[in-house]
Design a protein around this ligand. Sequence first.
Ligand code: C2E
Ligand code: CA
Ligand code: CA
Length: 403
Amino acid sequence: MSSLQKRNFQSGDTIMTQGQHGDNAFMIEKGRVEILIEKEKGLVQRVGTRGAGTIIGEMALIDDEPRTATIKATEECSLLEINRKEFNRRLENSDPVMRMVMQIVLTRYRDMLSRAAILGEQSGANQPEDLEREYAEKSNAVDTFKIANEFALAIERDELSLHYQPMIDLKTGSINGFEALMRWHHPEQGDISPNVFIPIAEETGLIAKASLWAFETACKALSKFQALSDNHSDLFMSVNFSSEDFTNPQLAHELLNILNRTGIKPNNIHLEITERLLISHPTRAKETLEKCRDAGMEISIDDFGTGYSSLSYLHYYPIDILKIDRSFIKNMNEDKTAQELAKSIIALGQNMGMKIIAEGVETERDASEVRAMGCDIAQGYFFSRPQDLNSALNFVNSAEFDF
Ligand code: C2E
Ligand code: CA
Ligand code: CA
């Protein structure tokens, strides 16, 4: 971390001015300042002083509202400057739990101050406790915190499950694998979408445990799918991982242990990762992915085409499969550019010896189109929605697609 910049002020110098915007706060290292508020034009009141070890002007770290007071040095001062950009950068780099708590506290602080300012002019109907309660009821931040707290217990309480969505071999029309998708049934709130709880689990670091649980559960399910008949003995299972999972240097080792325990062959496993991961944890991700791949697992890039403009990572990492994001498939029929982009992605992947999976295939037309464009595998509501294990087991026995 870079150190904070030091600023010196002489007695009588103005450090910040009421009504002006600022994007910095100061930590007082040495000296003393006074806080002045102009309530009416020309009527300035001294509301306090601050000395070494305190912070002034901190609201500017949160938003761009005008300063609520003027602050002047009353003796020679040495201040350490914290600007908003630097503050956010430090916050981004802090421990995920710390980051979340800070964000909640800061949002709450800002909210309460601005509401108190508005309500301050009205008669005393709203006490701070009312504000606090109202805040708790309305705030997303508190919901997020609650969800994070409860997600921590969801695994033990048996509230998580996996649904399985078939993937179809476009040459034969038969199922050749599944993607495992996490589901959370909350006892009071009912089903919570993975689009809501996965980002929170990632943010708080809870995803690591959930991912290992998902991997093991998916392997156990795969052995049931494979046991259906000889035709099914080579079905694969594709499991989603987040970039946070790759901060665990033991990940490859733990996955291999699970494969051993469940008797699943590594070459029947696809690891689905996103482009974001490859950008954020380059060296460690590379090592882990190489270990997994050396063991026989295949590496698949999820939502391909939506992430980053740089494609150089395709050479750097061991990648076997590109999953074209469903936005391309969705827009393909109306939008020539989306279709051209999808074609370029397919050509790019094929030139690099990768398999191509099309996501979000919703109609028969989508299915024949992606096949004609050279995709190997397709997945989407046209074939099947994600289903619980029992329904998926029944489905495998009956399904054969002709399109
Ligand atoms: P994803 O990995 O891109 O998964 C595909 C999502 O698209 C799934 O949503 C699936 O139900 C949905 N989908 C499948 N076919 C179609 C289709 O034809 N049309 C449309 N419109 N949607 C389709 P779901 O299950 O709600 O999951 C949302 C996201 O949550 C996933 O997107 C993935 O990013 C994340 N997720 C789910 N399970 C896990 C998990 O176990 N671990 C991690 N890290 N992320 C997960
Ligand atoms: Ca996925
Ligand atoms: Ca996807």
